[in-house]
Design a protein around this ligand. Structure first.
Ligand code: NAP
Ligand code: NAG
Length: 316
């Protein structure tokens, strides 16, 4: 048995490099032609039904407006109902023919089943499920007063997407629909003081990559990786070391110099990518250079993260 691994160690890398060189020209042509086709003939979502979680503020709110402008029916889900009603009214004015408002906590499995049922009962179908609700985190791992405080980040960011996905699958298969999930560049970049947040997003990326295979060809998946986008979350509303959700006054100071993207610019690009059927979208696009850096020179990424972390302002 040992011999087979020695052999594979020796022959598999050169064979793989050779195969890549052989495939690359054809693969590139396929990708360009495929992109042009999807660009010229995007999905028309007028009259289709879109459910968005975490839509009372930030990215979810503006996704609702962009879908509304394109004439989609909306089911808006959030833990806060008052703010959600304002978003629903504006979405109606922007062109959505009917907006359903549902108050629910995505970290509770029964409530997820309920809101998927409610949306399908109301509209008779579901075309896009947008799993967007999420919470931030702002604390060095060892500083947490109780390690179980972090469980709620996983409950909201990870399970809060998995539960609604599970209940939506039969409806999405029937409509040949789409799943859109808001991950983050933190799912594949280093983010000290956001380790559990990054882990929750990395878990989403891996899960939905597998879903793309398991649910093909009926249901397709778009994974969104926003960088820093203006929202309540990026203003510093996050889980603290005590396990409560607060706005950290030191957060903005730490983020000084980082350009935040306008929420509406982010969501416009996202909805266009979803309608084209892109598998991934990183917004703004330039964050992709960090992916390249991570693969080509991970040491440099680690050292620069260490420098930034060890020189952080000590406010919290
Ligand atoms: N903004 C960024 O820079 C950035 C970057 C990368 C990824 N993201 C991701 O983008 C998504 C949207 O975040 P955002 O930046 O737009 O932040 P946001 O303004 O805080 O919006 C998130 C929404 O989700 C809601 N929510 C939180 N927990 C919930 C729960 N258990 N059940 C139902 N709704 C819940 C929030 O309600 P409450 O405020 O009442 O809790 C809020 O309305 C998140 O998944 C986030 O991780 C954001
Ligand atoms: C941490 O919090 C959990 C849940 O709130 C509690 O059950 C547990 O006893 C706490 N553990 C410690 C070590 O304080």
């Amino acid at each position: 048995m040992q011999l087979i691994h020695k052999l594979l160690n020796l022959v598999l890398p050169p064979i793989t490099v050779f195969a890549i060189c052989l495939m690359l020209p054809f693969l590139s042509i396929f990708k360009v032609v495929n992109f042009i086709f999807r660009y010229l003939f995007p999905e028309n979502i007028k009259g289709k039904v879109v459910l968005i979680t975490g839509s009372s503020s930030g990215i979810g709110e503006h996704l609702a407006y962009d879908y509304a402008r394109k004439g989609a029916y909306l089911a808006l889900v959030d833990i806060r109902e008052d703010k959600l009603r304002e978003v629903a009214e504006k979405a109606g004015q922007l062109g959505s023919p009917d907006v359903l408002v549902i108050r629910a906590d995505v970290s509770k499995v029964d409530q997820c089943k309920q809101f998927i049922d409610d949306a399908v009962n109301h509209f008779d179908r579901l075309d896009h499920l947008v799993c967007n609700a999420g919470m931030g985190i702002n604390c060095a791992f060892e500083d947490a007063t109780n390690v179980t405080n972090f469980v709620q980040v996983m409950d909201v960011n990870f399970w809060g997407s998995i539960y609604p996905t599970y209940f939506a699958i039969p409806h999405l298969k029937r409509s040949r629909g789409k799943i859109v999930v808001t991950a983050s560049v933190s799912g594949w970049m280093l983010q000290p003081m956001g380790s559990i947040y990054g882990a929750s997003k990395a878990a989403l990326i891996n899960f939905y990559d597998n879903m793309r295979v398991e649910l093909a060809p009926e249901v397709s998946v778009t994974i969104i990786s926003p960088g820093f986008v203006e929202s309540e979350l990026s203003k510093g509303k996050a889980l603290t070391k005590q396990g409560d959700v607060k706005v950290d006054p030191g957060f903005r100071k730490m983020m000084q110099g980082i350009p935040f993207q306008k929420t509406e610019d982010c969501t416009k690009a996202v909805v266009a990518a979803v309608c084209r059927g892109d598998k991934y979208i990183t917004e703004p696009w330039w964050y992709n250079v960090f992916y390249l850096l991570k693969i080509v020179c991970p040491e440099v990424v680690e050292w620069s993260s260490y420098l930034k972390y060890s020189n952080r302002p000590t406010t919290s």
